[in-house]
Design a protein around this ligand. Structure first.
Ligand SMILES: Nc1nc2c(ncn2[C@@H]2O[C@H](COP(=O)(O)OP(=O)(O)OP(=O)(O)O)[C@@H](O)[C@H]2O)c(=O)[nH]1
Length: 383
């Protein structure tokens, strides 16, 4: 006696996969009225049962539906309406003499409705309602078995049952197809989301790369070094290990730009960057500190080794002739070397010590390497 055809409300675990549909319920009761009409003709009912049948099949559904709609929770009220339907149907079939096909059609339609709407709990409720209705009718009027009906009433009952089952199947099919569409959409959205996440993560990596690297040379930039140096110093303190800094500046770089052009100057910066990063260990951080200045952070490297590294760079650059735009170009560099902990215990102090050493290297004539701890002494012979 219920219909699940209202698909606008998504089913929930509580509501099964159907929903009580008032129009379909009225049609079902109309059908019952038609079957009773045929049965009444077959059995030659007098006038009174017709009034009762009409009240039951055409008036009661309207009244009960109106009541359910006025309740605060119409869904809960519908459960009681459907239960009352089952009780009434059981009363009728017992009173009419349990006609086999009519009982079967009505009971099946009622039980499937309960099951579709409320699952297993609905089945129990349907069983109780039918047993209650039949028991009440049996107590009132006793059981008068007249199981057979004529072909017209039987055909009508069968048709009703078939229509009811077909309707449920149709609703179930629509629900499943909607579910499958929703799943496909969900999978599509998930794919799109994954793609977008991929793009975002690629952009993030690109942004991090740009944020930490110098565009011209590809070396780390000063921001990255500032963030790393403090962390490395803490590690070296914990491990009681030295950390050296080499600050390098190309000598008379302005002249390079003036005489060979800015592009040639850029090329010199790139080649020196390549030289510096070529020998670097995995733990070293080679960065462009600004302009024509480079800073190397060398964890766990004592001063003597750092001085030797700086001297290697100085000597290599001084000895090499760069051919840029068909022109020979020779550059030199000056370097200041400072070592933790002797020359400074914080990042700022250590960089300042390396800067002082570089300044002294410049002041002493350039193309040389100077250690911060060795006040004024030139560590490396001029090339
Ligand atoms: N080509 C090029 N030149 C740069 C870049 N950044 C800074 N410079 C130039 O580097 C030069 C640095 O000049 P100065 O600071 O006077 O130093 P210098 O000429 O190297 O002289 P000293 O350091 O005293 O030996 C300036 O002419 C800047 O324009 C860059 O990215 N590309």
């Amino acid at each position: 006696m219920a219909s699940p055809n209202d698909l606008d409300t998504p089913p929930t675990a509580d509501r099964g996969w159907g929903r009580l549909n008032p129009r379909h319920r009225l049609a079902s009761w109309g059908w019952v009225w038609a079957v009773c009409l045929l049965l009444g003709q077959e059995r030659g009912w007098p006038g009174l049962p017709w009034v009762a049948v009409t009240l039951q099949c055409l008036v009661y559904p309207l009244l009960s539906q109106g009541w359910a709609r006025r309740q605060a929770d119409p869904w809960h009220a519908a459960r009681w309406v459907l239960t009352l339907d089952a009780v009434c149907l059981a009363l009728w079939v017992v009173w009419l003499g349990v006609p086999l096909w009519l009982t079967y059609a009505l009971a099946t339609a009622s039980v499937t409705s309960f099951a579709a709407l409320w699952g297993r709990a609905g089945l129990v409720r349907a069983g109780l309602a039918w047993a209650g209705g039949a028991g009440l009718a049996g107590a009132l009027w006793g059981l008068h078995l007249q199981p057979h009906m004529g072909p017209a009433a039987t055909a009508c009952s069968m048709l009703y049952l078939t229509a009811q089952l077909a309707w449920w199947a149709h609703v179930l099919q629509r629900r499943l197809s909607r579910l499958s569409q929703a799943r496909q959409q969900l999978a599509h959205s998930e794919r799109q989301l994954r793609q977008q996440l991929g793009v975002v993560s690629a952009l993030q990596s690109q942004w991090q790369e740009q944020a930490h690297h110098d565009a011209l040379t590809g070396l780390f930039n000063r921001r990255f070094l500032d963030a790393t140096l403090a962390r490395e110093l803490v590690r070296c303190l914990r491990m009681q290990s030295p950390l050296s800094l080499i600050l390098i500046d190309i000598d008379h770089f302005k002249r390079v730009n003036d005489e060979h052009g800015h592009a040639a100057g850029d090329e010199v910066l790139r080649r020196l960057a390549f030289l510096l990063s070529n020998d670097a260990r995995a733990s070293d951080v080679v960065c462009r500190h600004g302009g024509e200045e480079f800073l190397l952070m060398l964890p766990h490297m004592p001063l003597a080794t750092a001085l030797a590294r700086a001297e290697h760079y100085r000597a290599t650059l001084a000895a090499s002739v760069m051919w840029i735009g068909g022109q020979p170009l020779n550059c030199t560099l000056s370097a200041g070397v400072a070592c933790y902990p002797a020359d400074g215990q914080t990042a700022e102090l250590l960089v300042a010590a390396a800067d002082q050493a570089l300044y002294r290297a410049k002041r002493s004539g350039r193309n040389q390497v100077v250690a911060a701890s060795d006040e004024g002494a030139v560590q490396s012979a001029r090339a």
